[in-house]
Each structure stands twice: as structure tokens, then as C-alpha cells.
Design a binder for this molecule. Structure first.
Ligand SMILES: [Zn+2]
Length: 107
């Protein structure tokens, strides 16, 4: 029996530092960005964007362009409260990861 965790095979090989806080971000899929960004802000290419995981940072997504928390449709919960703590150290899973899956990816 295999346990499939959604996103467990996600793109995690390439990470880039956030231009604002310089923390490493997490690559996001084009669909994620499309669902999250305000429609009038959608860039021509949704590829190669990362999510800034730093709670204190106002940057939401960065890539060819930088999008701030105010540029997205919903609040990024982990940037709004104090729950950005690792839940599973062995896998490096943080509450932010879980929230991202529930709130952003809808899985
Ligand atoms: Zn940042």
C-alpha cells in the first residue's frame, strides 16, 4: 500500500531567494498562481514563480515579476498570524505547507 501525499512530488529542486527578504521561496505551479493572482495582474507567463515563505515579508509570489500580498485574491494565512512553525521536522513540513495545500491548492 502506498500513501500518496498531494504535492509530495512537487517541484522542490529549484528554489530562488525572495528579492525582498532573501529567504528561499518555494516553486508554485502555474495553476496556483493563476488561481491566486488578481485577474488583471496575470503576467503573460505564469511559469517559474515562487511563493515567499517568510511570514514577515510582504512579497507573495516572485519570478519575472514580484507580486505582493495585496495583489492576490485571498490572504496568505501564514503571513497573517503566528503559526508558521514546522510541524514535521523530519520532512520539513511546516504549517505553511499544509495551509498552502488547503487554502491555495485546494487539496
Ligand atoms: Zn520574501
Amino acid at each position: 500500500m502506498s500513501t500518496v501525499v498531494c504535492g509530495s512530488n512537487h517541484l522542490n529542486s529549484d528554489t530562488y531567494p525572495c528579492p525582498n527578504c532573501h529567504e528561499l521561496g518555494k516553486m508554485v505551479k502555474a495553476e496556483t498562481l493563476k488561481n491566486m493572482l488578481n485577474d488583471d495582474l496575470l503576467p503573460n507567463s505564469l511559469e517559474s514563480f515562487s511563493l515567499c515563505l517568510s511570514k514577515a515579508c510582504d512579497v507573495a509570489y516572485f519570478g519575472q515579476q514580484v507580486f505582493y500580498k495585496d495583489d492576490i485574491k485571498v490572504k496568505i494565512w501564514f503571513k497573517e498570524n503566528d503559526q508558521f512553525v514546522p510541524i514535521c521536522y523530519c520532512k520539513g513540513v511546516t504549517e505553511a505547507d499544509i495551509i498552502e495545500h488547503i487554502a491555495i491548492r485546494g487539496c
